[in-house]
Design a protein around this ligand. Sequence first.
Ligand code: 4AD
Length: 439
Amino acid sequence: LSEWTRVGDLSEGLKDKKVLITGRAQTTRAVGKNMAFVVVRQKGFTVQCVVTVQPDLVSRQMVKFVAGLSRESIIDVQGLVSVPSMPIKGTTQQVEVQVRKLHCISKAMPTLPINIEDAARSEKEIEEALQAGEQLVRVNQDTRLNYRVLDMRTPANQGIFRIQHEVGSIFRKFLQSEGFEEIHTPKLIAGTSEGGSAVFKLDYKGQPACLAQSPQLHKQMAICGDKERVFEVGPVFRAEDSYTHRHLCEFVGLDVEMEIKKHYSEVMDIVDRLFVTMFDHLNEKCKKELDAVRRQYPFEPLKYLRKTLRLRFEEGFKCSRYGTIFYILHRCPLAVRPFYTMPCYDDAKYSNSLDVFIRGEEIISGAQRVHVPELLEERAKACGIDVNTITTYIDSFRYGAPPHGGFGVGLERVVMLFCGLNNIRKTSLFPRDPLRLAP
Ligand code: 4AD
């Protein structure tokens, strides 16, 4: 594939060189019968390609063909790179391609439900265009999600999902480097894993079952099975009727569980180093992607300290001045935590637990777990859980279990809040919420 040049790599250094590019016909325009322009887009980068009638090289028929290409068709273009005397408006690359050959590889339908250029405009650009009397349709969220494969093609969305990929990839790499091993727990389970009624119920060959609300119980059981330090990246299902900007019915859970040697601050140490590593990496390695997101959805870079701020619940809760910084809140009240959370040894009103916030919204919750089976059973009952549905889980602690703890991160929330976006649906490829099961 070395003969192919990526659109994003086209620059003045390639002047007069023959190149082969592939991409989508973003827009086409004819100038009389002898000339046509086609803007080719590949992965958010765009270049203007010029087709001019030339004896024995480019026919009138070819110009007509190019002018008539439907938007978003996939084309291969062969031509020479040229540098125009005037700056080019509306493309990312400041060179042109003088077309010699052009093939349509896949034709898109003539009218599309979303115009990518409109979908890529920022709110400010839309306002300006409307004031200038331009005819444009504001592409709303539902339309975007209904036609997600088109919406995904905007530069901001290309950036968002690249960042999402990096978050998952750093999560894996960092934890592996710290001696954690990846596990895969079942998503079909007998009872609730987080308590409450927010579960998708199903029939498992005649037996009542549900979709896992988290890998919580099985990741702890893996610790009972001597795994010491584990992580998982997998789907999490929540049936809650939440119609908010931050709740989905299915999201990607990044989960961690580990033996604790002395204190649950060891869990916070991992959170701290994992996220500082992640944020540094995103800021350094995803500059282009962050710029693309910022162009459409302006945001202030996230503030975080080398050593993450740790606040006790009582201090943190009343401190709004920590609102925009990345911080950990710990020692939360036991009453609001799931049944498996370890109460504080010195005051059982509180628990050895933590929540982590970006821009004032939660991205992580975690805790030390109860590893004493009698206490676990008591806590489950006190929280209204039918212990018969979790007997194998509780039994796991009767064979000897080390003190342990961990945390769960919502992937879509991390990307949403790192990029200061206003809706979690923007960071889920094909979101599932109480009203959406397609595409
Ligand atoms: O706070 P949650 O429910 O905690 C657990 O699942 C525990 N098992 C974690 C642990 O190890 N103790 O979920 C963890 C994270 C939240 O902080 C949030 O980022 C995300 O998952 N999350 C959601 N994301 C999208 N939609 C929802 N409905 C979410 N619910 C939680």
